[in-house]
Design a binder for this molecule. Structure first.
Ligand code: IMP
Length: 429
């Protein structure tokens, strides 16, 4: 099997965009399979910076087919805006290089409004969502009321489905004393954009079947990270989709054995945006330094990311639940100036030692990290492209992480630039 699935092994923002773009040079097809425009993948190519949210990172490379799979929730207006922005940057986006799954559910303006209103109502308990309507759209999918991309081609069905969907939402809105959704206006605005979306609509399972039969190389691009997974993450402070590698199959319409090599993108320290437990969070100068040197601001919302030490307990768990075979270690250069570096190797809580993150939210909020300390390398790693050129202490740090998490580092990234990447194993066979 010559496919690769890339997923985030922490709380998202591990630097997946750069690695996917880099691997995409050898891929024929790049597929998004979950999430939506809550994701933010940054690609730096020469002096151009591309910020992608919904489009697969392969879109910037000519001659590749990018697929938005059925597991993604698609805001059609956000999609058109992103396509327009990239076209302005000189990227060609045509039906020959972009396919949007016809059975992907759509995010409507209503979903964003509900998302933001619920967050406000939660007050101190808020999840810190991106406010893009992701959760409410997935709720409608599971509730069997969602409008899907294929409905855009059938105005009568679209209207009927919209009426059915609003039976549910308007009852809720009425209960909250809010204005009901104007079904006619919503149907009209969808009909207006339908001719721009439909040329890209198609069957992702058929496209993938064809690609597999022709022995094409497929790269599955995950969004967010394992700790934001709806089942395996720090629930309820999670996103509303499965972010594990298994989702690559069901979220695009291919078999589980097509997932291939699973590469967990792993930051050399830890960050998180939004609320929720973060055992190794640093509220001191070191946290500030990591945030400043790592430019830790969300690509989608611009929010400041919380920063902390590497949590080997959390990543080891992500390796197991996510099905990770090896990691791509990113942003090692951000730690260049540190005299000493800590790694969390266990947790303590209520007199008990844990080698995993317990499931109960109360315990997750209370666990205290047990650290090991390693010497820093205090020299610049930025742009290093050969493993032999890494300083001894950086190599020691990498080797120790590998032992703690149980899988090897197969890729190391030393700057946001496309080619500042050390490949320790050829992943596409
Ligand atoms: P939602 O996905 O917008 O519902 O947000 C749920 C949680 O996931 C929040 O804590 C967000 O900050 C987080 N989140 C969603 N997308 C991303 C991402 O691409 N990177 C990092 N965190 C994310």
């Amino acid at each position: 099997m010559s496919n690769i699935t890339v997923i985030g092994s922490q709380w998202g923002d591990e630097g997946k965009g750069k690695i996917v773009d880099w691997l995409a040079r050898k891929a024929d097809v790049v597929v998004r399979f979950q999430g939506g425009h809550n994701a933010g993948h940054t690609l730096v190519i020469g002096d151009q910076v591309y910020k992608l949210h919904l489009l697969p990172s392969g879109i910037v490379r000519p001659g590749k087919l990018s697929i938005i799979g059925n597991g993604v929730v698609v805001d059609p207006w956000a999609l058109l805006k992103e396509i327009a922005g990239l076209r302005e940057q000189g990227i060609e986006i045509i039906p020959a290089n972009l396919l949007v799954s016809e059975n992907a559910p759509m995010i409507l303006p209503l979903h964003g409004e509900i998302d933001r209103a619920l967050e406000e109502a939660r007050g101190a308990q808020k999840i810190g969502t991106t406010g893009r309507g992701i959760g409410p759209a997935y709720e409608d999918k599971i509730g069997r009321r969602a409008l899907r991309i294929c409905d855009l081609a059938h105005p009568d069905t679209l209207r009927k489905k919209l009426e059915n969907m609003m039976l549910y939402h308007n009852a809720l809105l009425k209960g909250l004393g809010a204005k009901p959704v104007d079904i006619e206006a919503c149907a009209k605005s969808l009909e207006e954009i339908a001719p721009q979306i439909l040329p890209f609509a198609g069957s992702s399972w058929q496209a993938l079947d064809k690609a597999s039969s022709a022995k094409k190389k497929i790269l599955f691009e995950g969004a967010q990270g394992i700790m934001l997974d709806i089942d395996h993450g720090t629930y309820p402070f999670v996103t509303s989709s499965n972010t594990v590698a298994a989702q690559a199959a069901s979220g695009s319409g291919t078999g589980a054995d097509h997932v291939g090599y699973v590469l967990g993108i792993t930051k050399a320290y830890t960050t998180r945006v939004g609320s929720g437990p973060f055992p190794t969070e640093l509220s001191d100068n070191i946290g500030e330094t990591l945030g400043k040197r790592g430019h830790e601001f969300g690509t989608t919302t611009g929010r400041k990311r919380r920063c902390g030490w590497f949590d080997a307990v959390q990543v080891r768990q992500a390796v197991k639940t996510g099905g990770i075979h090896g990691i791509a270690l990113t942003k090692l250069d951000v730690m260049d100036t540190l005299e000493t570096i800590k790694i969390c190797v266990a947790y303590e809580c209520r007199g008990k030692r844990y080698d995993y993150l317990p499931a109960a939210a109360d315990l997750q909020a209370e666990v205290k990290p047990v650290y090991e300390t390693l010497p820093g390398w205090q020299s610049s790693l930025e742009g290093v492209r050969k493993f032999e050129e890494l300083p001894e202490n950086a190599v020691k740090y990498i080797r120790h992480l590998e032992t703690l998490i149980g899988v090897p580092a197969t890729v190391i990234s030393t700057s946001p630039q496309r080619d500042d990447t050390i490949m320790l194993k050829e992943l596409f066979q």
